[in-house]
Design a protein around this ligand. Structure first.
Ligand code: FAQ
Length: 328
């Protein structure tokens, strides 16, 4: 008799309809799906897509701030920035590991990123022109990342949700270090205050785009929310971010570059101006100011460091052989 498969289960094993029923019940009960559990192919593919995109964002996201590591204004600022950039590398690693629990291959995901077959966050396609950009990335970009990722700690897929807990703790530190840097600069010279305002002017709108297209133009949201992968819609999280950030901007003493930004007392939230979705589409299709540089660097890192991967694989094979040998 041939081995059972999902398409043709052996007698006594659950058929696909009952596996689907069990999966639906797990989602409805707000329990976690784990790697050993059966899951619909669409659920697995959606997770691989989102987790890979997220992992790529963390790794590509090391570049804009990494550009300032050799030009940090003091040893203290350099140590803080180095720690933050290393944290982002760690986040990428947890996330690639989570994708591997779904059967994805890390090297294959990296190839897809480099070949433009998988995306990474639009935000990392803008240049970091002054040291104030480091502070604004911490404040706004990590702030937006926290808004988006705290609900992902309750995502229905266990390894993703658990990875997000540590990621969010570290992102909170990142956000605070950015705000502290900006507070210091705002207490400095007129030139430093102008640098902060200029950085806020350039990063505000791209930060709002991080949350993804508006809900009525978001093809994945409805199904991802039904599966409990996403917990809130793109627009809900964007609104939460604006409401959280406006008082922080006031305290800092900067102006957000949106003449239509007003508090709506009746609605209990801020109203804000129109986002340039044409710019968003250009950036995610590879036409942003820094896309070519970001991907070229990632490609060079993969190619230049291939010998490390090969050496590590050879060492692991030798080690495994040694164990097998001693067991024999
Ligand atoms: N950039 O149908 P939806 C960080 C794509 S981590 C590029 O709404 P979905 C930490 C989307 O993939 C930042 N592409 O999609 C850090 C889809 O295309 P596809 C990353 C975007 O998945 C800080 C299409 O548009 N965070 O910053 C973007 O339901 C500082 C239609 O969109 C995450 O990845 C975008 N902004 O919702 C690191 C969080 N938005 O794949 C270093 C996890 C949308 O069908 C320094 N991800 N697209 O070809 C998510 O929560 C979701 O994937 C969304 C998008 C909300 C990003």
């Amino acid at each position: 008799m041939s081995a059972p498969t999902l398409d043709r289960p052996a007698a006594g094993t659950p058929d696909e309809a009952s596996l689907q029923e069990r999966f639906d019940a797990t989602i409805a009960a707000e329990h976690r799906i784990e790697p050993r559990d059966w899951m619909p192919e669409g659920y697995r593919k959606t997770l691989v897509r989102q987790i890979a995109q997220h992992a790529h964002s963390e790794i590509i996201g090391m570049q804009p701030e990494g550009d300032w590591l050799l030009a940090a204004p003091s040893l203290r600022r350099k140590a803080i920035l180095l720690a933050k950039v290393q944290d982002e590398a760690g986040h990428g690693m947890y996330l690639y590991s989570a994708a591997e629990t779904l059967g994805a291959d890390r090297a294959d995901l990296t190839d897809k990123l480099i070949e433009g077959r998988q995306k990474y966050s639009s935000i990392f396609n803008y240049p970091t022109l002054t040291y104030a950009d480091v502070g604004v990335i911490g404040w706004l970009v990590d702030g937006a990342a926290i808004c988006n990722q705290v609900p992902l700690c309750r995502s229905s897929y266990g390894p993703y949700a658990r990875a997000m807990i540590r990621v969010c703790k570290e992102e909170s530190f990142h956000q605070r270090q950015g705000y502290e840097l900006l507070m210091t600069m705002m207490g400095g010279t007129d030139e430093q205050r102008a640098m902060v305002q200029d950085a806020v002017d350039r990063w505000w709108w791209p930060s709002l785009m991080m949350f993804g297209p508006p809900d009525d133009d978001s093809p994945n949201s409805a199904q991802s929310m039904a599966w409990g992968i996403k917990r809130h819609s793109n627009d809900e999280l964007r609104q939460r971010f604006v409401d959280m950030t406006v008082p922080q901007a006031e305290f800092l003493g900067v102006t957000l570059p949106d003449p239509d930004l007003v508090w709506d007392e009746a609605a209990g939230r801020h109203r804000f101006g129109a986002i340039d979705w044409a710019e968003f589409k250009r950036v995610i299709s590879g036409e942003g100011p820094m896309n070519a540089v970001r991907v070229a660097r990632r490609r060079a890192a993969r190619d230049d460091n291939a010998w490390v991967t090969e050496a590590a694989a050879a060492h692991a094979a030798k080690h495994a052989g040694g164990h097998a040998g001693s067991a024999a």
